[in-house]
Design a protein around this ligand. Structure first.
Ligand code: ATP
Ligand code: MG
Length: 342
């Protein structure tokens, strides 16, 4: 198997700012892999502040890891020459949370689309450029005649989001990272945008990394899921396993708070857990134990001593929790590779 995009044991630490001396470990030893030969949809989920956007920015090369590396087609982003870097920039596209920020309000949206065509030399003539633009708009589910020639404020939030999809498609990418626009669009709109991304995967063979709070759409669209808790992978595996039968107490908490559309899924009662309110007064020392231990209803003595490694609970799922220590410990990298292969 060839890896297309890969995070290898990546950590990113931010200084907390001028007034405090502390720091935030936004992403903590995360490994993730996308298979070059098999287009897939991979979800990254977790509550607000769990490190999803930071991981996306790392994968896009917008920020550098504090340790670990990001590889594209087996090559570290930091070791790339200009040509490889340009190819990476074209082939890995992003759709970000708030598309309004991506627009310049004084220019028509056309500019958002013509600029990349020009910058990457994607068309030999005006006609060809125009053709490419209208094709991508249609692929993103927009009618060119209703969108071209307009200013950003003359479009709906959903249309602006779709223009971002069209812009990403223009460049013939291999991977699209979509950081969920929770703030912008309502649930039904989110579902239709996701639908067009699923179509893009199916018809154009583009892989998607889908970053979301929404486990319902994650379950419907993706094959694999990574659950982040305070920068660490709590659980990773096939969505079938992770969402239908969550194991990590944190994943169970996330799943139990979401009404899933599948009647097979039982949440509540037996499976449901009550997490304790986050207890900031007694923080777990960095590196001192499981970051979820303060909230975990199943906390054991060992949870406070050392952070749990990932334990295999199934062929296609691993859980970072001592409740599952009967399973073989597995490294994030090996597990990421195994999920990408399946
Ligand atoms: N540039 C930065 N400087 C300092 N801290 C940062 C920076 N970017 C992110 N953080 C911190 O890192 C942590 C992870 O943030 P991140 O934006 O990745 O979370 P998220 O999972 O995307 O959250 P949300 O679901 O709200 O979008 C947070 O504690 C955040 O405050
Ligand atoms: Mg975010």
């Amino acid at each position: 198997m060839k890896s297309l995009l890969e995070a290898q044991n990546v950590t990113r630490i931010f200084d907390s700012g001028l007034l405090s001396k502390g720091h935030t470990v936004a992403v903590d030893g995360v490994s993730l892999m996308i298979n070059e030969d098999k287009p897939s949809i991979t979800t990254i989920a977790g509550e607000s502040g769990s490190g999803k956007t930071t991981l996306a920015r790392l994968l896009l090369g917008m920020i550098q890891p504090t340790s670990g590396s990001i590889l594209y087609r087996g090559q570290s982003l930091t070791a790339m020459d200009r040509r490889a870097r340009k190819k990476f920039r074209r082939e890995v596209q992003a759709i970000f949370q708030d598309p309004y920020e991506a627009y310049n309000p004084i220019y028509k949206v056309d500019q958002t689309l013509t600029t990349p065509v020009r910058k990457f030399g994607l068309a030999r003539s005006r006609e060809e450029a125009q053709q490419r633009i209208t094709d991508s708009l249609r692929m993103a589910g927009l009618r060119p005649e209703e969108t071209l020639g307009r200013y950003p404020h003359q479009l709906s939030g959903g249309q602006r989001q779709r223009i971002m999809v069209a812009r990403a498609l223009l460049l013939n990418p291999r991977v699209i990272l979509a950081d969920e626009p929770v703030s912008m669009v309502d649930a039904s709109l989110r579902a239709t945008i996701l639908e067009s991304l699923v179509k893009v995967k199916r018809e154009l063979g583009i892989s998607l990394i889908y970053i979301t709070h929404d486990l319902t759409t994650a379950y419907q669209a993706s094959q694999n899921i990574y659950i982040l808790y305070r920068g660490c992978v709590a659980e990773m595996g096939s969505v079938e396993k992770v969402i239908k039968n969550p194991k990590h107490p944190y994943t169970r908490l996330l799943v139990s708070s979401v009404p899933l559309p599948d009647p097979d899924i039982r949440w509540g009662r037996e499976g449901e857990i009550e997490a304790k309110a986050s207890a900031p007064s007694a923080p777990v020392k960095e590196g001192g134990g499981c970051k979820f231990s303060n909230r975990c209803p199943y906390v054991m003595a060992e949870c406070r001593q050392a952070p749990p490694p990932l334990f295999l609970t199934d062929d296609d799922r691993a859980v970072a929790c001592y409740l599952y220590k009967a399973g073989a410990p597995v490294s994030g990298r090996d597990m990421a590779k195994s999920l990408a292969r399946d």
